[in-house]
Design a binder for this molecule. Structure first.
Ligand SMILES: Nc1nc2c(c(=O)[nH]1)N[C@H]1C(S)=C(S)[C@@H](COP(=O)(O)OP(=O)(O)OC[C@H]3O[C@@H](n4cnc5c(N)ncnc54)[C@H](O)[C@@H]3O)O[C@H]1N2
Ligand code: MOO
Ligand SMILES: [Mg+2]
Length: 404
C-alpha cells in the first residue's frame, strides 16, 4: 500500500479486522492442564461441562422450618428433626415439620420452607405457620444453576475470578487451558538506557519495555525479553532472525520514516509487510508483518503511541490467537466535557478521565507524554472527521478494560 499522504491511512477498524483475520489463521497450538490456583488469566481450551447438578440437592434458602405444604392441614406442626448445612437428613415424618438452616438439604417429603421470623412457637414446641404459604417458597431446587451436561463456559473463555469460582463450584481442581503465547519484546533505539544506569547526554530511559512486559504478563503471555536493539539494519535483521521460536515479536520504535527507522525496512525487505500507517493518533506508523514466518508487530516508539496501539490493536490480536472471541473493549458513551473544533483525519484516542460525569482530556496530548495515561482513567475516542461541543457524546474506553 502507498505510504504517501494522509488519504492512504488505513482506518482503525480495517487494521483490526486484518490483524484478527491473521490471528484466526494462526491460533497458538497446544494446551496444558493447570490447577485452578494457576489458571487466572488463562484461556479455556475446551468447554467446561457441568459434571453435577448445582445445587446437587434441594436446599433451604432461609433459616426456618421445612414442611410438606401439599399435606398440611393448617394446624401447628411438631418438630421432628433439626437439619444444618452439611448433614444428610432422613425423610420428613408425615404430619411434622423440620427445623432447618440456610444451605441445609431439604428432607425428602418437604417442599416448602418458612422463615423463622414468620412463625410462632406453641408452649409444647409446635410451630404455628401464620402467613399464607406458597408451595416451594424458600427452596433452592436441585439443578437450578446447572444440570449435569450443561456447557457452563465455552472454549475460548478467558478465566478470571468469577470463572474460577464457578469451576470450583463444580468441583474442578484443574482446567485444560491454551498454551501461553510466547512474545518477544524488543526495544529499538540508540538513545535508550535501562533504569538504574546513568543517563548520558542524548539518552533517555527505556519505558516501553517495562510497560509492555508488565502488560503482557497480565495477559498471561510468556515474555522473552529481547532487550534494547540498536538502530542498525544488519542488527535488526539479525535480532529478528534469532527470535524464531516465539509466537510474536513485539517491538517499539523504528517504524516511522526516519533514517534510523529500520524495523519496517527489514520487514519490507523480507517482503512480508502487511500493515503500515493507520488513521490513528497516536500510533500512525503501527506496523504489522512477519519475518521468516514469525509475526511481528512494530509499535511506534512514542510511549503514548505504544500504549494506545498495544491496547487497541496488539492486545486483541494476542487474545484472539489464544482463542478468545470477544477481544475488543466495550467502552461507554459519555458526554464530552470539552470542545474539539478541528476535525482530524486520524481517529484520536485522548488520554482522559471523568470529572462530574463528563470526559476531560489531559492538557498535554503529545504522544511522548506517558504521564497523560497515568493521570487518565481511559481513552476518549474522537472519530476522524468529527468535531465536538461540550455535552455531545463520545466513546470512552476505560483503561481497566484494556489492562487485564
Ligand atoms: N517525517 C515524519 N516523521 C514522523 C512521522 C511521520 O509521519 N513523518 N510520524 C511520527 C509519528 S506519528 C510517530 S508515532 C513517531 C514514531 O516513530 P518510531 O516508531 O519510528 O519511533 P522512534 O523514532 O524510534 O521513536 C519515537 C520517539 O519515541 C521515543 N522512544 C522510542 N522507544 C522508546 C522507549 N522504549 N522508551 C521510551 N521512549 C522511547 C524516542 O526516543 C522518540 O522520541 O514518528 C514520528 N515521526
Ligand atoms: O501517531 Mo504518533 O503516535 O502521533 O505520535
Ligand atoms: Mg522514528
Amino acid at each position: 500500500m502507498s505510504a504517501a499522504g494522509q488519504s492512504s491511512l488505513m482506518p482503525v477498524e480495517e487494521a483490526l479486522r486484518r490483524l484478527l483475520e491473521r490471528a484466526d489463521a494462526t491460533p497458538v497450538q497446544g494446551r496444558e492442564t493447570v490447577i485452578l490456583a494457576q489458571a487466572d488469566g488463562r484461556v479455556l481450551a475446551q468447554p467446561l461441562i457441568a459434571p453435577l447438578d448445582l445445587p446437587p440437592w434441594p436446599n433451604s434458602a432461609m433459616d426456618g422450618y421445612a414442611l410438606c405444604l401439599t399435606d398440611w392441614q393448617g394446624t401447628p406442626l411438631p418438630v421432628s428433626q433439626r437439619i444444618q448445612a452439611g448433614e444428610a437428613p432422613p425423610a420428613l415424618q408425615p404430619g411434622t415439620c423440620a427445623r432447618i438452616f440456610t444451605g441445609a438439604p431439604l428432607p425428602a417429603g418437604a417442599d416448602t420452607v418458612e422463615m423463622q421470623e414468620n412463625v410462632t412457637l406453641e408452649a409444647d414446641g409446635r410451630v404455628c405457620f401464620a402467613a399464607p404459604l406458597r408451595a416451594g417458597q424458600n427452596v433452592r431446587p436441585q439443578g437450578q444453576e446447572t444440570r449435569v451436561g450443561d456447557c457452563v463456559l465455552p472454549a475460548g473463555t478467558r478465566l478470571g475470578p468469577i470463572e474460577l469460582g464457578l469451576a470450583a463450584s463444580l468441583g474442578q481442581a484443574q482446567l485444560e487451558v491454551c498454551r501461553r503465547v510466547r512474545v518477544a519484546v524488543l526495544s529499538t533505539g540508540d538513545e535508550l538506557v535501562e533504569p538504574g544506569e546513568p543517563l548520558a547526554a542524548g539518552q533517555i530511559y527505556n519505558s516501553n519495555r517495562r510497560l509492555l512486559i508488565a502488560w503482557l504478563q497480565r495477559l498471561g503471555c510468556e515474555v522473552v525479553d529481547g532487550g534494547i536493539l540498536a538502530d542498525d539494519l544488519a542488527k535488526t535483521r539479525a535480532a529478528l532472525a534469532a527470535l524464531n521460536d516465539v509466537d510474536l515479536i513485539l517491538s517499539t520504535g523504528g517504524v516511522s520514516v526516519g533514517e534510523a527507522d529500520f524495523l519496517g525496512v527489514a520487514l519490507r525487505e523480507a517482503g512480508e509487510l502487511m500493515l503500515w500507517k493507520l488513521a490513528i493518533k497516536p500510533g500512525k506508523p503501527l506496523t504489522f508483518g512477519q519475518f521468516r514466518g514469525v509475526p511481528v508487530i512494530g509499535l511506534p516508539g512514542n510511549p503514548a503511541s505504544t500504549l494506545v496501539t498495544f491496547g487497541l490493536l496488539a492486545r486483541p490480536y494476542l487474545l484472539r490467537r489464544m482463542g478468545v472471541q470477544r477481544v475488543e473493549p466495550l467502552g461507554v458513551e459519555l458526554p464530552a466535557g470539552f470542545t474539539w473544533s478541528k476535525a482530524g483525519q486520524r481517529r484520536e484516542y485522548l488520554r482522559a478521565r471523568l470529572e462530574g460525569g463528563q470526559v476531560v482530556p489531559y492538557a498535554n496530548q503529545s504522544s511522548g507524554v506517558l504521564r497523560s495515561a497515568a493521570w487518565a482513567e481511559g481513552l476518549a475516542e474522537v472519530r476522524e472527521g468529527t468535531t465536538l461541543e461540550p455535552g455531545e457524546r463520545l466513546r470512552f474506553i476505560p483503561l481497566s478494560e484494556l489492562l487485564g
